[in-house]
Design a protein around this ligand. Structure first.
Ligand code: SAM
Length: 252
């Protein structure tokens, strides 16, 4: 059965992707690069949103963009791999690699195998449902010095994993957020004490950081690897809490 997810912000995300891919291939048109598009959470080519919209998914958008030499789609769901295979069959002139399994493992293996591709350039799109993308995978991508990155950061997942009170966060949640950020330093930076004490427990109250906290990632070594230019697009569907953030890092 097809999964329903997303909403109006999904349309915005995919519009941004489409425009970026179009401009990317145009900008590199006369350069002798081997251009790849990598979609690590590729879906099945269409999206049925919870609000009833049916949209072309990222894989289809990429396949419709002329100018890439190779398309790499990674998907964990066998059902989606099957649908992607059917989709790709309708683009017989395109070179497509379908990789089934966990994105973190598959993209690292592909990067290792791509070490001898001369003039590699590309766009890597990361669009997980939740906190599946590990920071060390982003580091691995950054070390290629060849790939622009678009990352649909799971801000809402992060908030779900992190209770308002720092003292209530469980070890497994700490571990999953640490995997997301690649360090446990977030535990110090993410929460800050409020001046007043909590009423019942005589303990300090904490305030969780907002999306600006994520923008500080720029200051970390992987930020330096990734960025010569970074953009963050934040979306606040209910007009007060930013729930989604789309990060872009462009290879220098
Ligand atoms: C938000 S959807 C992607 C939507 C897609 N980008 C599109 O525009 O159509 C996330 C996808 O990631 C897949 N997925 C979840 N965990 C994964 C993992 N660890 N590795 C690879 N794919 C995964 C899911 O099966 C799902 O299809």
């Amino acid at each position: 059965m097809k999964q329903h997810f997303g909403g109006p912000w999904t349309h915005l995300k995919l519009t941004v992707l489409k425009q970026y891919l179009t401009r990317y291939v145009l900008a590199l048109k006369n350069q002798r690069f081997y251009k790849v598009y990598i979609d690590s959470f590729a879906g099945d080519g269409t999206i049925a949103t919870k609000t009833g919209l049916v949209l072309e998914g990222s894989a289809k958008i990429a396949l419709d963009t002329e100018g890439f030499d190779e398309y790499i789609f990674i998907e964990k769901s066998e059902q989606n791999i099957h649908a992607l295979r059917n989709l790709c069959d309708s683009y017989p002139t395109k070179t497509v690699r379908l990789l089934s399994g966990d994105a973190n493992r598959q993209i690292k293996e592909w990067i290792a195998s791509a070490a001898n591709i001369r003039g590699l350039r590309g766009v890597a799109f990361f669009d997980p449902f939740g906190m599946e993308l590990a920071w060390d995978t982003l580091e691995c991508v950054a070390e290629t010095h060849a790939l622009d990155v678009w990352y649909w950061f799971p801000l809402s997942g992060l908030y779900r994993q992190t209770p308002r009170s720092r003292d209530k966060i469980s070890d497994d949640k700490i571990a999953s957020v640490t995997k997301l950020f690649g360090t446990d330093q977030w535990l110090r930076d993410f929460y800050s004490e409020t001046p007043q004490m909590s009423f019942f427990e005589n303990q300090p109250d904490y305030v969780r950081a907002d999306v600006q906290f994520l923008e500080k990632l720029d200051e970390r070594p992987v930020g330096n690897h990734l960025s010569c230019s970074r953009t963050t697009l934040t979306l606040a569907p209910n007009r007060c809490t930013v729930v989604f953030a789309l990060f872009c890092s462009v290879k220098s």
